[in-house]
Ligand binder design. Structure first.
Ligand code: AMP
Ligand code: MG
Length: 344
């Protein structure tokens, strides 16, 4: 257990290097654990808690990697027009998602008051001296991007240690490189949003897959589900989608973009993905008709961005049962407008 979820690391080396492979696992775990100690809001001596405590007091120097993570967060906030915004911390707190403390809705006035403290524009980055200044009242929550960022750094570490191929899965954020042992592409399952089974598979030879879902953390009032993904523009949990899965060249991009698409919704979200080269995704949302797929609780539909035929390193496939519910939708944007990967 690390970063509040389960960490799974698989490495491949030639048979004679079994001890090195064990050491690789230890090293990847230790690195991700160190990121957890630095970026967790649950650890009172973490860097993020210290930074939040200094909001309004001027620039604070941070480590290079911490700076890179905040720079990436800022990049995705701009790219998504503020849908992805790490300054949602006071809203996540108000909605009780840190300790699942809430069974009722917060008063509307409280939401509006807290919302005034939320904007990525309240974070000032200074590249030259690697410092961050938070406006008074601002607090950061890296939960939408930190797992992806930590995985990318662990993948870099495994590569530099001479690992031939690897997979890291940190609570549904997955990154892979190198040839899988059977010589085929790696395969990452796409979960049914309400049942313990898969609706499809993503095959990729290198890169990352991340999912944001309404089933991770939520509570219900009068039969309505309020989930932990919060719209920074309204202050309310985002209604409408069940899950978003994004495939991208880096885990940081996949993680931030899956959170962003969830907030933007199917149309705006998928058209944002289409502006990013090498980035694909799908949304699962409530369905309306018999063409859609049926779970025990509800009916769902799926929209997926097309993967161009010339890209032979990624495919997104659905099981026979679910594929009739899948629509392939091109939002009509030419790619690539952006590369969507500010950092490796
Ligand atoms: P993920 O599962 O990667 O989509 O991350 C969800 C987590 O990101 C939540 O539990 C919050 O900690 C945080 N979060 C919620 N809403 C947002 C948002 N609009 N932008 C960035 N992070 C968010
Ligand atoms: Mg995310």
């Amino acid at each position: 257990m690390v970063m509040g979820t389960t960490l799974e690391v698989t490495v491949y080396r030639p048979e004679v290097q079994t001890l090195q492979a064990l050491a690789d696992l230890e090293a990847a775990h230790a690195l991700i654990d160190a990121f957890d100690r630095s970026m967790s809001l649950y650890k009172p001596d973490s860097d993020i808690v210290a930074l939040n405590a200094r909001a309004g007091t001027g620039p604070v120097s941070v480590s290079d990697s911490f700076y890179d993570l905040l720079a990436a967060s800022n990049y995705y906030a701009k790219l998504s027009d503020g849908a992805f915004d790490i300054t949602v911390q006071p809203l996540v707190e108000l909605w009780g998602f840190y300790r699942n403390t809430r069974q009722t809705l917060p008063p509307k006035d409280d939401v509006d008051t807290v919302l005034k403290r939320v904007s990525y524009k309240n974070v000032t980055l200074n590249e030259e001296n690697k410092s961050i200044a938070l406006k008074e009242g601002t607090a950061l929550d890296l939960g939408g991007i930190a797992k992806g960022f930590a995985i990318d750094r662990a993948i870099d570490l495994l590569r530099s240690r001479g690992v031939a191929a690897a997979l890291i899965n940190l609570g549904g954020n997955v990154a892979v490189f190198g040839p899988a042992p059977n010589g085929e592409a790696w395969s990452v399952g796409v979960k049914h949003p309400r049942e313990d089974r898969l609706i499809g598979r993503i095959r990729l030879s290198e890169g990352a897959v991340s999912t944001s879902g309404d089933y991770d953390r939520f509570f219900e009032v009068d039969g309505v589900r309020y989930n932990h993904l919060i719209d920074p523009r309204t202050g309310w949990p985002v209604p409408g989608l069940n899950a978003v899965t994004v495939v991208a060249p880096t885990a940081t991009a996949a993680d931030a973009l899956s959170t962003a698409v969830f907030v933007l919704g199917a149309e705006a979200g998928l058209s944002m993905l289409e502006q990013c080269s090498g980035v694909y995704g799908l949304v699962i949302q409530p369905g309306q008709n018999s063409d859609n797929f049926i779970g025990t609780e509800a009916v769902f539909s799926v929209i997926v961005t097309p993967v161009p035929a010339e890209n032979t390193s990624v495919s997104i496939d659905f099981t026979d049962e679910f594929s009739p519910a899948v629509q392939t939708a091109s939002m009509g944007q030419a790619r690539p407008v952006e590369d969507c990967i500010p950092l490796r």
